[in-house]
Design a protein around this ligand. Structure first.
Ligand SMILES: Nc1ncnc2c1ncn2[C@@H]1O[C@H](COP(=O)(O)OP(=O)(O)OP(=O)(O)O)[C@@H](O)[C@H]1O
Ligand SMILES: [Mg+2]
Length: 397
């Protein structure tokens, strides 16, 4: 199942390009689903048709779904939230404030992506196109299971046993409700499901496309997204520059915009060198409906296969070198000074600005010593050497 994600700053045309790509895919004979995870019903607007929480067929082989994030939230989070609320209640926190405290920003969106897991399991689709929320925050949150992996594997089972053994005593002594088996199950289930989705989305059949408009601020955000998407293991395989003014027959006002956009477009090409940058003209009216969307997408890809599986190794790669190895992690636009690196047992902690990723090292690397690191050609390269022995925590700077 090919998975295509579209992300970008608010209002740049994500839904339009995602819907158009899906329409093109269906027209090419693939059973295609396009789904949106945001609460605004923009896919319904783009298709000019009512869309439900279940896949709705809007053309041959083309299905649209507006995931009911609220419902998914209640199914996956309700039990955990219920427990947190009971603890906060004992702590004397006002119920309204408590309710707010137990809602993680962006969580609904992430839980909506759980839907992808079900679609993958169903085997019903050749292609799933995801119209993501603005910015790559959501995809970053999906790396959460990886960050919690250590805790989930080693700490949680112990906690579960301890809590079980001491539950009656603790509840009486502290007055704090102790989590039951159901809660542990809910946490473990949620963790496993999120992990599956992250694996799907960082796998070889998935890729992310950045949608932008030729404006300096929009480009700046797209560049940041490219960096953080790579950091978290997602493969970006193209950029769509949308709302490009056609140059022909322009009056002074438009001619001014054409010049300004040209300057930014040149920067776009430079920023994303090595990736296809597709262009989409600013149309005289909103592209609404299957036909208009498909036409737009056909022009965008201009004959290129919109479903082509990206080649190359993706953002993460290990290269063996004699007795050691080099870990390659693509981090576009980043300088060595901006990257923090620490070793923690079999994890490598990579920090870029406010983003942090805990990379679990493949078994072959875990027993090696970090011998050095540098950033070259938009890539972090960490050199591993065969150790004598080493501490559990080692700082590399
Ligand atoms: N190339 C284009 N020419 C003309 N209008 C366009 C073009 N691309 C998108 N639009 C229009 O711009 C508006 C915003 O597009 P769209 O909803 O696809 O953006 P979005 O990035 O999904 O927005 P949001 O961040 O709110 O989800 C829509 O009315 C859409 O029809
Ligand atoms: Mg949208």
């Amino acid at each position: 199942m090919r998975i295509l994600l579209f992300t970008g700053k608010g209002g740049v045309g994500k839904s339009t390009v995602a819907a158009g790509t899906a329409a093109l895919s269906a027209a090419a004979g693939r059973r295609t689903l396009v789904l949106s995870t945001d609460a605004a019903h923009s896919l319904a607007d783009a298709f000019g048709a009512p869309v439900g929480a279940e896949p709705t067929e809007v053309a041959d082989r083309l299905f649209v779904q507006q995931v009911d994030a609220q419902l998914r939230f209640e199914q996956s989070w309700a039990e955990i939230q219920g427990y947190l609320l009971s603890v906060l209640d004992v702590a004397g926190v006002d119920p309204v404030a408590a309710e707010e405290l137990t809602v993680i920003p962006g969580a609904e969106e992430v839980l909506a992506l759980l839907e992808l897991r079900l679609h993958a399991l169903s085997g019903e689709w050749d292609v799933v196109v995801v119209d993501c929320a603005p910015t790559a925050e959501t995809l970053r949150l999906l790396a959460l299971p990886e960050a919690l992996g250590w805790y989930m594997q080693r700490v949680l089972p112990t906690q579960r046993r301890v809590v079980k053994a001491f539950k009656p005593v603790l509840t009486r002594a502290a007055g704090v409700p102790m989590p039951g088996d159901g809660l542990f199950d809910a946490v473990e289930r949620l963790h496993a499901e999120l992990d599956e989705v992250h694996t799907l989305l960082s796998g070889p059949d998935a890729s992310v496309r950045l949608v932008l408009t030729p404006e300096a601020v929009v480009l700046a955000e797209a560049r940041r997204s490219y960096t953080s998407l790579s950091l978290f293991g997602y493969r970006v395989d193209g950029v769509v520059a949308n709302r490009v003014f056609p140059a022909e027959g322009a009056d002074d006002w438009r001619a001014g915009w054409v010049v300004a956009q040209d300057a930014v477009l040149a920067e776009v090409d430079q920023s994303f060198a090595g990736l296809p940058v597709w262009r989409s003209e600013y149309r005289p009216s909103e592209p609404v409906g299957v036909d208009a969307l498909r036409t737009l997408a056909a022009e965008v890809y201009a004959g290129a296969d919109p479903l082509a599986v990206p080649t190359g190794s993706g953002p993460f790669r290990v290269e063996r070198t004699g007795s050691g190895a080099v870990l390659h992690l693509s981090l576009p636009f980043v300088t060595r000074a901006e990257v923090g690196l620490a070793r923690n047992g079999d994890e490598l902690v990579v920090t870029v600005g406010s983003y942090r990723r805990l990379l679990t090292l493949p078994a072959g690397l875990a027993r090696l010593r970090v011998a050095g690191a540098r950033v070259d050609e938009g890539e972090l390269r960490v050199r591993f050497a065969d150790p004598a022995h080493e501490d559990a925590t080692e700082k590399v700077t």
